[in-house]
Design a protein around this ligand. Structure first.
Ligand code: COI
Length: 353
């Protein structure tokens, strides 16, 4: 309670927006929450339209104990990067906007228009500029979320919705930093089933993975790889990211058929890999193929492009190629180069604000 009240007091202080940087240890950023000064809030009116939103100080929000968030909530993740010249760059926020719209449609929620979403992300990034790490030290993670905020008792769509965008400076997602990950193939729990909502960035996909994830972490693994719910033989995704398998010049990734998330980093990496002459295949990836691969890597907004060093499946543990010459590192350096403005963006992926 003391910490919360100290934070509230801190937030009442005048802002020094002219400060170039917030007072942070930029060299030791992980993926913990350090709330940036402002959040954007927009409510949906009774007739299903989102009205003009506004920037408020980051603070707790008031919710009815009966708010519809217990069944309806989806979220996004996108990042702002600081270019060497100090300007801020956003990476494909319009794709997050479209994904939120598709997810909202699946969850019977109204959603902001693409323009409203992108404008909210831009305003949040710009207002929190001093929290965007120096070039090369990390990024400002921006979390847009949409929830049923109106009160409801039975099962049904909420009578009111709230869209919020907040932000936090971040570094590497995994405690391993940029070191290769050790993954565990989960056979007891599945993440999603055909016909369900595994392809939606809904909170309903993230609580059910926590048990398997926490068990794997307690055994020293970085994350869990889930298998399909029917045959339990085909790769789906990890708890926090998509996955790719490399064999020779072929890069395969599980096809998006409604059970896995259509990652924006996933599709960007697929395009970069094709540009580099790899054969990129979206298909059902058998676990035996994973165990026989040269390389495996993960992709996600939070995770970036992360090399996998080992995978453990049943009683087998396989080691993979990693390092500077790996496909993972080559793809990663092009993606990060585009995101941070070091490589010219001839794809129209970055927006300078
Ligand atoms: C992201 O990659 O942005 C996500 O939302 C994944 C989440 C598990 C942190």
């Amino acid at each position: 309670a003391q910490a919360a009240s100290a934070l509230r007091e801190e937030r009442k202080k005048p802002l020094y927006q002219d400060d170039e940087y917030a007072n942070m240890d930029w060299d030791n950023l992980g993926f913990g929450l350090t709330p940036a000064d402002y959040m954007y809030v927009m409510k949906c009116s009774k007739d299903g339209e989102f009205t003009k939103g506004e920037l408020n100080r980051f603070d707790n929000i008031q919710l009815s104990p009966s708010a519809g968030v217990y069944s309806q909530a989806i979220y996004e993740g996108t990042k702002a990067y600081r270019k060497e010249n100090g300007k801020l760059l956003l990476f494909r926020p319009d794709h997050n906007a479209v994904r939120m719209q598709l997810g909202a449609e699946r969850m019977l929620m109204p959603s902001p228009s693409v323009d409203q979403f992108v404008d909210a992300v831009k305003q949040t990034a710009f207002a929190n500029k001093r929290w965007v790490p120096p070039s090369g030290k990390g990024s400002l993670y921006i979390r847009p979320l949409l929830m049923g905020s109106g009160p409801i008792l039975g099962l049904g769509p909420a009578p009111e919705y709230t869209f919020i965008v907040y932000a936090s400076p971040v570094g590497n997602y995994f405690k391993e930093g940029i070191a290769a990950l050790n993954l565990y193939v989960e056979e007891e729990y599945v993440r999603a089933a055909p016909g369900g909502a595994g392809g939606v960035k809904s909170i309903t996909n993230y609580a059910p993975v926590l048990k398997a994830l926490s068990r794997a972490k307690s055994r020293g693994f970085s994350d869990v790889l889930y298998l399909d719910s029917v045959k339990k033989k085909y790769l789906e995704e990890a708890s926090s990211c998509n996955v790719f398998v490399v064999k020779g010049r072929t890069i395969s990734t599980p096809a998006t058929n409604g059970t896995i998330l259509e990652g924006i980093t996933r599709k960007s990496v697929m395009e970069i890999a094709s540009d580099q002459g790899y054969e990129v295949v979206e298909k059902a990836v058998h676990v035996d193929e994973v165990m026989d691969a040269d390389e495996v890597f993960c992709t996600g907004t939070a995770v970036g492009v992360a090399p996998v060093g080992t995978i453990t499946y049943q009683d087998k543990r396989v080691e993979y190629e990693t390092g500077d010459e790996s496909a993972c590192q080559k793809l990663r350096s092009v993606l990060v180069g585009i995101q941070t403005g070091l490589i010219e963006d001839n794809k129209g992926w970055v927006t300078c604000i």
